[in-house]
Design a protein. Structure first.
Ligand code: F6R
Length: 612
């Protein structure tokens, strides 16, 4: 995934674009570039590497005179990261510059077609065809050239184009990749995501697939690809700019971990414990008859969102007494899934732009399923294409490793589960009341865990020098162990295997050697004895066990058996995943810090994966 910014107005465009790019750095960061419409010429600067390298390259008044321009940060797909492959790309005449996010599937055919007409390509990217197509179609009107260009393109794109002959105009288009126009006074902005312009304006147009925007300092006109003008509603962005920045924390990840109590409250607000009491989720748009008819639930997602789905498998089955299937989006699309008529089909995606999840959503819809999406991003592709949307309201998540988004996905899934239980009559009024109260109390309990960082730091100090470790748990603890292990791996680069506790003895126990760190989750009262015997198996082989246990009668016994114990405050067993994941997030964070890793931008990863 890459990031696009654009600006036109009364200010020097360079600093505006630069700060916009920095806010989008989470989208991808192998190269960066900018093109500015300066009075005498179109000036372009681009480089492989961080934005700071670009900043050093761009100096001098020449660049500062441009009042309009476009910028880009790239996460390589077609063509390795390099100065030449960095965006913006130019046409042969060097009068047109484009930036692009997405994948042009027919670029080889287009490139051949353009080369036959004399165009010369210098990069290995798919994106460069856009600049040459615009040059080919240009007849004095940049809008028409862009409209004709996108007509030829198969695949996904968000793009912005400028022309040296029109010093204040940007023309932008999108299909399946996000693009938002920020509306200022005498200035306008273009970006892949809102934080890029939030310092300047909160008013925005969210472009829809197929729309093309002509943006000047004083006007934004939006057209269909056939050239018909569109009237659009202005969206008011409700986040504040500070929410998208670090607010004094050293990393976005720890800021986002610390924001979880607030994020949880937001997810539940208006949905639980309102004036009528109980659970109220009108956004599901399900009639009592439709709810009564649900006989199975199918959940699709990737990565951390998939782990949220795995927790839901245990909790939904326990509460609703109906089977729940959870599948990886990348697998779902390539087998022959059996989708029953009376099935509730759910996709989960923080970004709402994950290509695999989007493909699964489309496949399910094609097979006639009505899709409910759980997502964090309003205006995202998943949110727009699903039949119904349940927003998690986590607020912007910038760190690549997902924390608050995961927690709000979990609480969304609990809300949905209890709401269905309420409507189906699977739980009594007293049970629902108990669950609702326990849920409302969770943000306070999360706060108490977050205040105990020092206990986790001691564990992280032990873990940091190791290259390998295990996470174990039974039942929902296993689903949380998977998420804890993924978190550790992606940001600290320690190899972490998560196992169902009972499964270790079927092979992996052979890898337990003297001192190896093992993180054991024990939060489910009904299976405490079984979990304890698994821990003893590991201790007997010299493993160093850190145990995360629900506070209760048995915790003192654990204390004697293990090398480190974190007491998780008590709640209903079924809600424990909301609490038990918090110390695991902190453990991953502090281990990564102790190992000197770039926590927010781990190698090889990007925040939103828009390729299959
Ligand atoms: C890990 C992480 C990823 C994402 C996955 C799906 O911390 O963030 O595993 O969960 O790429 O992303 P979304 O939820 O945006 O579809």
């Amino acid at each position: 995934m890459s990031g696009i910014v654009g600006y036109t107005g009364g200010q020097s465009a360079y600093p505006v674009l630069l700060s916009g790019l920095k806010k989008l750095e989470y989208r991808g960061y192998d190269s960066a570039g900018m093109a500015l419409l300066c009075p005498k010429e179109l000036k372009i600067a681009k480089t492989m590497g961080k934005i700071s390298i670009l900043e050093k390259m761009i100096g001098g008044d020449g660049y500062l005179q441009g009042l309009a321009g476009i910028g880009h940060i790239r996460w390589a797909t077609h063509g390795a990261p390099s100065d030449i492959n960095a965006h913006p790309h130019l046409d042969c005449s060097q009068k047109f510059a484009i930036v692009h996010n997405g994948i042009i599937e027919n670029y080889l055919n287009l490139r051949r077609w353009l080369e036959e007409r004399g165009h010369r390509f210098i990069s290995e990217t798919d994106s460069e065809v856009l600049a040459h197509l615009i040059e080919h179609f240009f007849d004095g009107d940049l809008f028409r050239a862009v409209a004709n260009t996108v007509e030829k393109v198969e695949g996904s794109f968000a793009m912005a184009a400028i022309y040296d002959g029109e010093k204040e105009k940007l023309v932008c288009a999108r299909r399946d990749c996000p693009l938002i126009i920020g509306l200022g006074e005498g200035e306008n902005f273009v970006a892949s995501d809102v934080p890029a312009f939030l310092d300047h304006t909160r008013r925005a147009y969210i472009l829809e697939n197929g729309e093309i925007a002509v943006v000047t300092a004083d006007a934004v006109e939006i057209y269909t690809s056939r050239g018909e003008i569109r009237t659009k509603k202005v969206d008011e962005i409700t986040w504040n700019a500070a929410e998208a920045e670090k607010e004094g924390y050293p990393h976005f990840m720890i800021k986002e971990i610390m924001e979880q109590p607030q994020a949880l409250r937001r997810t539940m607000q208006g949905r639980l414990g309102g004036p009528g009491g109980g659970f109220a989720l009108p956004e599901l748009n399900l009639t009592p008859e439709e709810i009564g008819a649900i006989e199975q639930i199918y959940i699709i997602a990737c990565g951390t969102s998939y782990h949220a789905g795995l927790v839901a498998k245990y909790t939904m089955e326990r509460i609703l007494k109906i089977p729940v299937e959870v599948d990886l989006a990348s697998e779902f699309c390539y087998r022959e899934p059996l989708l029953d008529k009376n099935m509730l089909f759910i996709v989960i995606s923080q970004s709402g732009e994950t290509a695999d999840t989007l493909a699964a959503l489309r496949l399910a819809r094609k097979k006639g399923k009505r899709v409910l999406a759980i997502t964090n991003i309003v205006g995202s592709s998943v949110a727009r294409e699903a039949d119904n949307v349940f927003f998690t309201w986590a607020g912007p998540e910038i760190a690549v490793a997902s924390t608050k988004a995961y927690l709000t996905q979990l609480s969304s899934l609990y809300l949905i589960t209890y709401y269905l239980a309420q409507e189906k009559g699977s739980l009594s009024g007293a049970e629902l009341g108990e669950a609702g109260n326990a849920m409302l109390n969770l943000p306070d309990l999360v706060e108490t865990i977050l205040a105990r960082t020092d206990e986790i730091q001691k564990m992280a100090a032990y873990l940091a020098p190791w290259e390998s470790c295990f996470y174990i748990g039974r039942n929902i603890d296993y689903a949380v162990a998977l998420e804890g292990a993924l978190k550790l791996e992606e940001i600290s680069y320690v190899h972490a295997e998560a196992y169902a506790s009972g499964e270790l003895k079927h092979g992996t126990l052979a890898l337990v050697t003297e001192g190896i760190p093992v993180v054991a989750l024990v939060t489910q009262r009904a299976i405490i004895e079984k979990s304890l015997s698994n821990i003893k198996e590991i201790k007997a082989r010299g493993g160093h066990v850190f145990c995360f246990a629900q506070e209760g009668e048995a915790t003192d016994e654990f204390q004697r058996e293990v090398d480190g114990l974190f007491r998780i405050p008590a709640t209903l067993d079924i809600l424990m995943p909301i609490l038990s994941v918090i110390p695991l997030q902190l453990l991953a964070y502090h281990t990564a810090i102790a190992r000197g890793c770039p926590v927010d931008n781990p190698r090889n990863l990007t925040k939103s994966v828009t390729v299959e």
